[in-house]
Design a protein around this ligand. Sequence first.
Ligand code: S3P
Length: 445
Amino acid sequence: MGKKLFIKHKYNSFNQTVLVDGDKSISIRALLLASQAHGKTLIENILLSEDIINSINCLKKLGIKIYLNKKKCYVFGNGINGFNYKKNIVLDAGNSGTFARLILGLLIKSPYYIKLIGDKSLSRRDFGRVILPLREIGANFKVGIKKTLPIKIIGANSVNPIRYYENRGSAQCKSTVMLAALNSPGQTIINAKKSRDHTENIFKHLGIPISIHKKENTDEIKIDGQKNFKSFNYIVPSDPSSCAFLIVLTLLSKNCELKIKDVNVNQSRIGFIKILNRMGANIKINNIKERYGEKRADIQVKSQSNLKKIDCPPRLNSNLIDEFLIIFLVAAKARGISSFSKLDELDKKESPRLKLGSKLLNQIGIRTILKKNSIKIFGNPKIKIERSINISQYYKDHRIFMTSVVAACTFGGNWRINDPDSYKSSFPSFLKILKQLGYKFKITK
Ligand code: S3P
């Protein structure tokens, strides 16, 4: 049968300040770059989620010494390409698409085949998108025709700096090539559709030779390779993608107020705040500070019953790619018909999120028109669920799980959700914070 989470909605109101776990994208990048730096790096407030634990275990298999002491992580790097390669290494990335794709960039000089595996969800995701540029740089792969895991990578003796066009708006593809550029002689040039820019920011912060020419829809990034850099100290801010669930929980509840401290508010990550504010929310970003080239701030949100529909501009898609599910839930309660388009990437995430997001809305009585890469959501400001809702078969997608929990806490109904550990891949404190806010759950085996 497996474990299940049961939630029966009860009216709850709160006015609290909370701390959310560290940013996943930044934690993974800090680990990967620390593994290529010279000397001892200290990463504080690192996210201690399953994705990060898997990332740490993989780096250890490549000979990097890493010690964790609560949320402090010490990494002993041996310089660029300082991995201790052995025969028959198997790296298990678990659920982490970001780690699995980015690490391939750093294996560009491996003298032996390294096998990369992942869980059921990661094993259905496309790796062709990073295999293509890495082959051009010099790597060889053993991979099936679907270009999914498991795959084997072997590096090259001589690596080529390439000119790469990234046109999906994928930070993972861009970053994989940026990491490979560390090992490439000469200059790698990347023309990338806009996407989160944490890799660029940490390269700059570490003094890795990088120049960025920003254009309207793309960035031209130039990296000079084979330049060693020193170890560093980094304090990871809170993850805005995790905060999004608590922000929407507050927004859709009655008489609630929430402050979240020290959140990553990089412009390429807070598209969801812009969209929610356009829908009638009043989310405030206070005390903005800059550290390591990244902006961080406190976020303040209050409940709002008068929400209106949105026609989401597709140019923002990459900036809110991880928040669509939870925004769909806001659209379910908003006045009018919301529309979202050009969502091709959404079905390529931890689960086919466009399809499953639509299915979840239908289960709670919301009408949708679902097309191949777009959705229209017919909002109902009076939404109130009085039935039993069962959530199963969702590839243990952490964001489907958390969206379902927020729906249960705000719209009512008797909910039974399978795989109640799935949130632990990105936001391990999620249920603990909800309990702190006064919600009650029952988890049964
Ligand atoms: C991420 C990039 C995004 C995002 C993922 C994290 C990153 O994926 O969905 O959760 O840290 O680079 P894509 O690059 O595939 O859009």
